[in-house]
Design a protein around this ligand. Structure first.
Ligand SMILES: NC(=O)c1ccc[n+]([C@@H]2O[C@H](COP(=O)([O-])OP(=O)(O)OC[C@H]3O[C@@H](n4cnc5c(N)ncnc54)[C@H](OP(=O)(O)O)[C@@H]3O)[C@@H](O)[C@H]2O)c1
Length: 312
């Protein structure tokens, strides 16, 4: 069995092809032949060693949390899946592989109408957008929301959820990517390119920084209403900066134990299958070492427009 593994922390050059014996199956697990896996910005932080204080890796380390594939074996206590089922899974690590053995609690069925590549692109970004919207904004009906990085993987899903639920949505992204969000229903005048000086967005009730590297922070502090809510996918403003808005709430996107990732995945997959939701794919790269390295290089440079997937 082949995996794309890291031999140490470092640049994409530290990936190598690791051949190892398949894992035996426990009774509550399934074996999945992986058809496609998604590559996330978080994977690049893990590879670089930026997360080693909170999440150290054991080498050889196989990254990857998002995958879609076909079940090839089920444990004796598994009754909800059978061999041949097309599935999607969100796992802590090990998706950059030909196959994975994982607890059945990480797996959901893939609708036939959703391609393996799209399904593999969904989990991390989709669950983040879903949790943020349905669990953190549940009491905020029809308010104004600014999504910094609205053109990104999480941001574009969040933009769609907010528009569909009658929020007044404003978003930022590169000037070249305006049409991407307008096609999803954003009013052209509500798009504020971060690379062009121009009009300042109006004050908003909710500001979400969905950029990589917390690049929306300065704007968020400027346009958040006094009693608004600021949610960050990465770093929050420092306490001294938060003190400028003493009545505002500053929240990190967390993960509450009561939030079900598989429930979120199921709902999102259904919406994708019914074309109620769109997930832009930047590129589908080949299921090779070169494909994995290219995916990491592209994400690191910020050269992707949408999700990157590696597929057979
Ligand atoms: N906490 C969590 O649970 C969680 C879950 C998922 C992701 N994340 C994190 O959230 C971040 C976004 O993830 P993603 O997968 O959505 O990334 P992504 O697809 O690469 O999106 C990044 C977004 O940032 C925008 N951007 C780049 N420079 C900007 C600037 N100077 N000002 C404003 N926007 C700028 C990009 O716009 P253009 O593409 O138009 O240039 C794009 O919309 C990553 O850091 C990721 O690790 C956290």
């Amino acid at each position: 069995m082949k995996s794309f593994a890291l031999k140490e922390y470092g640049s994409p050059a530290v990936f190598y092809e690791w051949s190892h014996a398949p894992k035996p199956l426990k009774e509550t697990q399934v074996r999945i032949q992986i058809v496609a896996f998604g590559v996330n910005p978080y994977d690049t932080y893990l590879r670089q060693g930026k997360m080693q204080d909170v999440r150290p890796l054991k080498f050889p380390a196989v990254l990857g949390s998002d995958l879609a594939g076909i079940i090839t074996e089920v444990g004796s206590a598994v009754h909800s899946f059978k061999v041949g089922d097309e599935v999607v899974a969100v796992v802590p690590l090990r998706a950059y592989s030909e196959e994975i053995v994982t607890a059945v609690t990480h797996v959901v069925k893939k609708p036939r109408s959703v391609a393996f590549t799209t399904a593999a692109a969904l989990p991390t970004a989709g669950i983040a957008a879903y949790n943020l919207f349905y669990h953190m904004l549940e009491n905020y009906l029809r308010q104004t929301i600014f999504i910094a990085g609205g053109t990104g993987s999480v941001g574009s899903l969040l933009t769609q959820l907010a528009l569909q639920n009658n929020f007044q949505v404003f978003a930022s992204g590169n000037s070249a990517n305006r049409s991407q969000l307008v096609a999803l229903g954003l009013k052209p005048e509500n798009y504020f390119p971060y690379d062009q000086a121009g009009t300042v967005p109006p004050a908003v009730d909710i500001f979400v920084d969905a950029t990589k590297g917390s690049r929306g922070m300065a704007l968020g502090l400027k346009i958040l209403k006094e009693n608004g809510t600021y949610i960050a996918l990465n770093a929050l403003p420092q306490e001294t900066q938060q003190a400028q808005l003493p009545q505002a709430k500053f929240l990190p996107l967390g993960q509450d134990k009561s939030w079900s990732s598989t429930e979120a995945l199921q709902e999102l997959l259904q919406a994708l299958g019914q074309k109620r939701l769109h997930l832009p794919l930047d590129e589908v790269l080949p299921f090779t070492l070169a494909g994995v390295k290219t995916a990491h290089e592209k994400i690191e440079k910020g050269a992707n427009r949408g999700r990157i997937v590696v597929a057979r």
